[in-house]
Design a protein around this ligand. Structure first.
Ligand SMILES: [Zn+2]
Length: 163
């Protein structure tokens, strides 16, 4: 598998392939850039409807589709209590450490999904606070309530990981 200065990619207990810290990573470090094709909102909508889960909202006009071979960051897993976070800076997406990370820890970030069809994206992150589905942190409370009520949901919040 591919490697970077900070990350070694290998099979993960969470899902498929994942990335692990090769060495201790200080909080705030930009661990890897999330790269991909820059696409228009119209093209993005098409690809989202084709259930491409790797699309990030960059700005009002442009999205980024990370579903490309040359984007190893697409292999990083989601967690409900992640050690990294995505940030957009000057039209580029960086995955940075939100806390100190120990060598060997799996690198995770919150995918920032909205609630559309969230039940199709179960989470297996295994953290104590796991809400059971891959959704943005702002929806945790909502999903926990839904889980108890067993109801359906139709709230829609713009693009994936849209800030
Ligand atoms: Zn989880």
């Amino acid at each position: 598998m591919q490697e970077t200065d900070w990350i070694r990619f290998k099979p993960s207990p969470i899902h498929g392939q994942g990335g692990n810290a090769r060495r201790d990573i200080p909080s705030g470090t930009r661990v890897i850039e999330y790269v991909g094709d820059r696409i228009s909102k119209a093209e993005s909508l098409k690809r989202c409807e084709a259930e491409n889960p790797y699309i990030f909202c960059l700005d009002e006009a442009t999205d980024l589709d990370g579903n490309v071979e040359w984007n190893p960051a697409r292999l990083l897993n989601h967690s409900c209590d992640p050690n990294c976070e995505a940030e957009i800076d000057g039209g580029r997406i960086w995955i940075f450490a939100r806390r100190d990370i120990q060598a060997g820890e799996e690198i995770t970030f919150n995918y920032g999904y909205d609630l559309e069809n969230y039940r199709e994206y179960p989470c297996a992150c295994g953290t104590a606070g796991c809400v059971g589905y891959i959704v943005s942190e702002e929806f945790f409370e909502h999903v926990r309530k839904q889980g108890r009520a067993g109801g359906a949901c139709s709230i829609r919040q713009g693009g994936l990981a849209g800030q």
